[in-house]
Design a protein around this ligand. Structure first.
Ligand code: GLN
Length: 452
């Protein structure tokens, strides 16, 4: 991973000390030489250098440069970038070229950010390890025989491997935070509606959010501030004020902790980070109870299966690529078939409707908790990444999201930041804050990050 932050690099580019062209060329060369080993990037934007030159020209002409001037950004392959193949790492959409930019991409381009290419991912964002891609698994740059986590596997691996300054992922049940945790980088899932989903190929519309993956908290804040906000093309999006990072060192922050849900070695590392923060700052700790959190996974999947089924009906081979049922991998197919069964039984309101009702209860539980604490801290993942190809039973894989899914159910914001390593393997610490409290979330994360 490059040492220099994106925030610092923009300043170098704006002052003419580094050209955008060189920045982009260096990344492209690195991807060319190292991507074979990691398989994080599926498609390169062949106009990236040309676009970088335009940024340098703007500087020469003394025109104002945007907030992401000349930075190289890798995008998950389910977010539309005009003129580039967006395949969701599936044979279904192989060769499909996006006819327009997603709102997040237009915003990035407006701020002079450069799209380097499209990242590998789990097929249609279904999975959690980076192994369900139709184009081969992504490897963890920290240790290539391990999974990088998923489903934004290629985005997190690209940041960790130094292929880009910033990356975009999407998170339905943990897909930004889980790979960030396993690759030792920062990943933020915004509150539901904080970022426009226009141009995102949806996985489950009740939960999906696009968010930043970066080397540090400040970089994540920068990218989030650029992509956030109301968009008339996404009715659930809403306007928010600018993100402000404030120092909380001498403020009374109350950290909520819930009963351990992770393996002891992971939980111990997180606990010691919390203790360290409390000792160093004048913070406090308070035990909170979130009822029904233990059934989060059981509530999440009926909703996801139903929405994957309904969302993929348009992939019938007429307008887009191939018929999805003919080419989908086993995990995606399981969800499509499962969703079709659930919706058949749904006239009795037994699954989808019931799950949505319990989702609301969990949301209320978090709202109650945030009346007494500023944030809740838990591990991002319950364990360490497994070996690529290791056979895992489905229940184990699904249970692996037990600590990330609650944020999607409650519609709140959550971030994973590196907490340290166990036997050389990164472990992520996850912070939850209330809906729309992104500034507070990032400020708390920045303080904890400084404990490194
Ligand atoms: N692993 C979870 C799932 O398979 C989350 C995926 C995601 O956030 N896109 O549904």
């Amino acid at each position: 991973m490059e040492k220099i932050s994106a925030v610092e690099k923009v300043e170098l580019i704006k002052s003419g000390k580094l050209s955008a062209e060189k920045n982009i060329k260096d990344f492209l060369e690195k991807i060319k030489s190292e991507n074979k080993r990691i398989n994080a990037v599926l498609i390169i934007n062949d106009k990236a250098i040309e676009e970088a030159k335009k940024v340098d020209d703007k500087l020469k002409k003394k025109q104002k440069l945007g907030r992401l001037a000349g930075l190289g950004i890798i995008v998950k392959s389910n977010i539309c970038v005009e003129g580039i193949e967006i395949n969701c790492a599936s044979k279904t959409l192989e060769g499909w070229v996006a006819p327009y930019d997603a709102t997040v991409i237009s915003k990035i381009k407006k701020e002079d950010g450069i799209i380097l290419g499209m990242a590998n991912m789990d097929e249609f964002a279904c999975g959690g390890s980076g192994e369900t891609s139709a184009f081969g698994p992504t490897k963890n740059p920290v240790q290539a025989d391990l999974i990088p986590g998923g489903t934004s596997s290629g985005s997190a691996a690209s940041v960790a491997a130094g292929f880009c300054d910033l990356a975009l992922g999407s998170d339905t049940g943990g897909s930004i935070r889980n790979p960030a945790s396993h690759c030792g980088v920062v990943g933020l899932k915004p509150s539901y509606g904080y970022v426009s989903r226009y141009g995102l190929v949806d996985m489950a519309m009740s939960f999906d959010q696009i968010g930043p993956i970066s080397k540090n908290v400040e970089d994540a804040a920068l990218l989030l501030d650029v992509i956030k906000g109301r968009d008339e093309k996404d009715p659930i999006s809403y306007e928010r004020e600018s993100i402000k990072l404030e120092s909380l060192r001498n403020k009374k922050v109350i950290i909520g902790v819930i009963k351990p849900l992770a393996k002891p070695n992971v939980q111990n590392l997180i606990d010691s980070k919390i203790e360290e923060a409390i000792k160093r700052f004048s913070w406090n700790k308070k035990l909170v109870e979130i009822k029904y959190i233990d059934v989060a996974v059981q509530i999440y999947y009926p909703i996801v299966y139903t929405e994957v089924y309904s969302g993929t009906r348009k992939f019938d081979g007429r307008r887009f690529g191939k018929k999805i049922e003919d080419v989908a991998g086993p995990e995606l197919l399981r969800r499509i078939l499962g969703g079709s069964e659930i919706t058949k039984a749904e006239y009795e309101g037994r699954y989808y409707k019931k799950a949505l009702q319990v989702k609301e209860l969990i949301k209320e539980e978090f709202e109650k908790a945030f009346k007494t604490v500023d944030c809740v801290i838990v591990p991002t993942c319950p364990g360490l990444p497994w070996r690529i190809g290791e056979s895992m039973n489905l229940e184990e894989v699904y249970a692996y999201d037990a600590l990330t899914i609650p944020a999607n159910l409650a519609e709140i914001c959550a971030i994973s930041i590196p907490a340290g390593k166990i036997n050389g393997i990164p472990v992520g610490l996850q912070i939850f804050c209330g809906k729309g409290q992104e500034s507070k979330l990032l400020s708390i994360a920045k303080e904890i990050e400084s404990l490194r």
